[in-house]
Design a protein around this ligand. Structure first.
Ligand code: COA
Length: 472
């Protein structure tokens, strides 16, 4: 039975699988080695462990491993999959798309040519491209083009920053594969509300040939908040005009979104973003006046409220006061309630794994499902909002509703079991891997039942050709 919205086909996420590399660095050891207070990583950024790829892993094999998991779990054959998209900002080639490598690996298991019918592309827009890929594939399903097949959207990245940079404290790696179809067991996307905001910016970018990004950290933090707020404004207009959300006196759109999943370059960014959006939405409601009285200070305003991001960041007096106000605001019971009920569970996995760029938002969604289910919360019918951000820069806000059959999928989610036995790296091992001093065949761990990289050709006529095997 297909679920239809009026005459339109429903579309959404049926299942999710994650693949996280087994190596990690411990945040406390790491902070000490970098001369940083461990509390900055643990409580300032919300990072406890950061997953690190082994020498024989790259973003394509992380993606293929996540795809294989979701296919095996659901006993799918290649004929069940109509499209395979990979969204990444850790591209391996300027021309050859990452989904071609992934299909090559999957065909080692399912047979040469078995994915021949399964088109798709690699998508790029920093951390937001996975959301565009989901939207495009949902629309392929809604348009009735899927011929009973599902789409696979895989988000896969290695978040790697320069040694000694402030970004080095927010690294990680992993892939999330999402199975999309017209009868999703987990989440059906809300129609006609997906909203975007876009602006040419240089907050974070990685020029050709450079392995690590150029980052303007505080600029990127503020730009993320502004762009997601812009996209939320557009979402609000659509949600109200389509009748998806009806506001009563004094309500805000956030009151109608049961869970919010935010892009998580580090877990505390989720909390920052929630606080920013809640402040923005509550400011015009009667509850704000009461809250300001409780906080005891007025909400600060920048000297030039219409100024640029640079002028706001340079307004030291405003920045200090706003920081102080935010701290007081986030301690109020009113904010804490929103934080605990709508966001906290989505941050658990991020703390244990770190930054996954495109995959961070979806690891957060997966984390929220598992840990809310464990709390015994009934999730059927709950509206999930997504705040996706990619530097450069674009934001996307969209939502969906948890479906009646969600328990079939969520009951088996077990992050600890899926992470398995992990190996903590010494700082020396981490730096050797980071600086590419170990060769592909000098991996730290023995691969087991997974795709790994075995060689990258260097001869001029085949330079860059990658070979992978499925290791039994
Ligand atoms: N104990 C506890 N908390 C501490 C601390 C300590 N000793 N020292 C600092 N902190 C807190 C800070 O107060 C801050 O939290 P707050 O903003 O809630 O107040 C947090 O730790 C980070 O400190 P900050 O000084 O802002 O860190 P930073 O200048 O090193 O930069 C990033 C942080 C995220 C900007 C940097 O890691 C980065 O550039 N990351 C990559 C880009 C990125 O992730 N951008 C995000 C948007 S996409």
């Amino acid at each position: 039975m297909r679920i239809r919205e009026g005459m339109r086909m429903a579309a959404g996420i049926d299942d999710i699988a994650i693949y996280i590399p087994k190596l990690f660095v411990d945040a406390s050891d790491f902070a000490v080695a970098r001369g940083v207070d461990p509390a900055k990583m643990q409580s300032g950024l919300g990072v406890s462990q950061m997953a690190i790829v082994d020498t024989n892993q790259d973003p394509a094999c992380l993606a293929a491993n996540a795809c294989l998991k979701v296919m095996q779990k659901n006993k799918l054959s290649p004929d069940d999959i109509g499209r395979l998209y990979v969204a990444t900002e850790s591209s391996l080639d300027e021309s050859k798309a990452m989904n071609s490598y992934v299909i090559g690996m999957l065909e080692q298991v399912y047979g040469e040519g078995s994915f021949e019918h399964c088109g798709g592309i690699e998508c790029k827009f920093a951390c937001v491209s996975g959301s565009y890929a989901l939207y495009d594939n949902a629309n392929w399903i809604r348009a009735g083009e899927a011929e009973n097949k599902s789409a696979l959207v895989v988000v896969s990245d290695i978040a790697k920053y320069d040694l000694g940079s402030s970004g080095e404290l927010t690294q990680g790696a992993g892939a999330v594969a999402m199975l999309l179809n017209d009868k999703p067991r987990l989440l059906a996307f809300d129609p006609k509300v997906t909203s975007t905001s876009i602006k040419n910016e240089y907050d974070f970018y990685r020029p050709f040939g450079k392995e690590t990004p150029i980052v303007h950290g505080q600029y990127s933090n503020l730009l993320y908040l502004i762009q997601v707020r812009n996209a939320l404004e557009a979402y609000k207009r659509k949600a109200l005009s389509t009748g998806l959300i009806k506001l009563k006196e004094g309500e805000t759109v956030l009151d109608h979104i049961d869970y919010l999943n935010m892009h998580l370059p580090y877990s505390n960014m989720g909390k920052k973003a929630l606080a920013y959006l809640v402040r923005h939405e509550w400011r015009t409601t009667p509850r704000w006046k009461k809250l300001i009285e409780k906080i005891g200070i007025e909400e600060p305003r920048p000297k030039d409220p219409r100024g640029t991001i640079e002028s706001i960041l340079a307004d030291a007096d405003y920045m200090t006061k706003d920081h102080e106000f935010t701290k007081l605001f986030t301690k109020t019971k009113e904010f804490q309630d929103v934080y605990e009920t709508k966001l906290a569970s989505s941050l658990i996995a991020s703390k244990m794994i770190g930054n996954l760029y495109t995959a961070s938002l979806y690891l957060g969604f997966r984390s929220s499902l598992e840990f809310e289910f464990q709390k015994g919360v009934e999730l059927e019918g709950k509206r999930i909002g997504f705040g996706s951000y990619g530097s450069g820069s674009s934001a996307m806000v969209f939502s969906g509703v948890i479906q009646p059959s969600y328990k079939q999928v969520v009951k088996d989610m077990n992050l600890e079991a899926e992470l398995g036995k992990r190996k903590k790296l010494s700082l020396e091992e981490y730096e050797e891997i980071h600086e590419n001093k170990r060769s592909v065949d000098d991996s730290i761990l023995e691969p087991k039942k997974e795709f790994v990289l075995v060689s990258v050709a260097t001869a001029p006529e085949s330079s860059g050709e990658r070979k992978y095997v499925f290791s039994e």
